[in-house]
Design a binder for this molecule. Structure first.
Ligand SMILES: Cc1ncc(COP(=O)(O)O)c(C=O)c1O
Length: 392
């Protein structure tokens, strides 16, 4: 077994060797600027276009509908601000959910400060939106629905097809933050009526700082970054050629054996859940029991502080997370866990273990063994736990 067990694949993933091998020549030999007209430039341009084709193929999109960005946050910002500013003559209302990533939530809050109105839909105890709530919140002013494909903390997958149908029927643009879903879930933008979709390479064994935005042909949106004519004049800046090549290879690999990979991940996930419930009491599984990402497991352990749990796991060489990478480090409980109705004291005891292609059955068993010991040790220091035991 490895001496460090990594179970935080929703925060980021390692770059696969095959991905890095494809990227390296674009740092050293094929370093041309894709905009240059000599052959060294064309080599880079061809590599960028080939990666664009690979992304388009996976999403069922046209290559001309894929735009490379600096990652998931940029894609979210571009989609939401771009639609809002380009369509403000049609209306000023946006619908989203309370459990979005901050890339979406903070962008919506920014737009509220600029005079837009935003509805933040509630979710149920599993983190699922109610389709009727969505229908009822649409007004004549609604120009955009932005709802994440799958949640980064609790793994719940939203009813994307139904949302897409409603948006299409009402003539409202539909953007989905699919950063956690791409590479792990099969997605066809036409079947699902998605108009804009954000993705990020480092969530599926590609490099960090590179992503893409799918923009359906004909969608009206402003640019976020002005400058040169790159990305058909819609996203300026010299292309991150090695990153784009890496994204292309990583997405291709992710979908090559997706069914097999997911089956393996689901088996590991279910083993982890069962073992934890068999060995630890006062535990709750967050997120939907079945409509969830194959590798996501999210627990809340009563009478425990998530931070102490993480530090103790780290001392045993195990990496997990208390929520999303962006909120850990802050003492506020996760907005996602509060939105699914958990009280603060329970939300504080959260642990996300997100499994990836490199995890094994042996690692699961080892993690559960250590987790059981740590939870017991931490609870032994909790007067509330003692009281609960006495009352039992
Ligand atoms: C759902 C979701 N959206 C957006 C992002 C931001 O992506 P990036 O790190 O590429 O900016 C993340 C990253 O954790 C995420 O999980």
């Amino acid at each position: 077994m490895k001496n460090y067990i990594y179970m935080d694949n929703s925060a980021t993933t390692p770059v696969k060797k095959e991905v890095l091998d494809e990227m390296i020549p674009y740092f050293i030999e094929n370093y041309g600027n894709p905009s240059s007209i000599y052959s060294l430039g064309s080599k880079s341009k061809n590599a960028v276009e080939s990666a664009r084709d690979k992304v388009a193929k996976v999403l069922g999109a046209k290559s001309s509908e894929i735009f490379f960005t600096g990652g998931g946050s940029e894609s979210d910002n571009w989609a939401i601000k771009g639609i809002a500013f380009a369509n403000k003559n049609k209306g000023n209302h946006i619908i989203t959910t309370k459990i979005e990533h901050h890339g979406v939530l903070h962008t919506c809050e920014y737009l509220e400060r600029k005079g837009f109105k935003v509805t933040y839909l509630d979710v149920d105890e599993y983190g699922m939106i109610d389709i009727n709530d969505l229908k009822n919140s649409i007004t004549d002013e609604t120009i955009l629905i932005t709802i994440m494909f799958a949640n980064n903390e609790i793994g719940t997958i939203q009813p994307i097809k139904e949302i897409g149908e409603i948006a299409k029927e009402k003539g409202i643009y539909f953007h989905t933050d699919a950063v956690q879903a791409v590479g792990h879930v099969k997605i066809d933008v036409n079947e699902l009526n998605i108009d804009l979709l954000s993705l990020s390479a480092h969530k599926f064994y590609g490099p960090k700082g590179i992503g893409a935005l799918y923009i359906r042909r004909g969608v009206k949106l402003d640019s976020l970054i002005e400058g040169g004519a790159q990305e058909r004049s819609r996203r300026a800046g010299t292309e991150n050629v090695p990153g784009i090549v890496g994204l292309g290879k990583a997405i291709e690999l992710a979908y090559e054996n997706i069914d097999e990979n997911n089956e393996k991940l689901i088996t590991l996930r279910e083993r982890l859940i069962k073992k934890v419930f068999d060995s630890i009491d006062y535990v709750r599984l967050n997120g939907h029991p079945t409509k969830r990402l194959p590798g996501n497991v999210s627990f809340c352990f009563k009478f425990i502080e998530g931070e102490s749990l993480l530090l103790s796991l780290d001392m045993e060489g195990i990496a997990g997370s208390s929520g999303s990478a962006c909120t850990s480090g802050s003492l506020d409980p996760s907005h996602v866990l509060l939105a699914i109705g958990l009280p603060h004291e329970i939300a504080h005891g959260s642990l996300r273990l997100s499994l990836g292609d490199f995890n094994t059955k042996e690692e699961i068993d080892y993690v559960v063994e250590k987790l059981t010991e740590i939870v017991q040790r931490l609870r032994d220091m909790s007067p509330l736990y003692e009281k609960a035991k006495e009352e039992k």
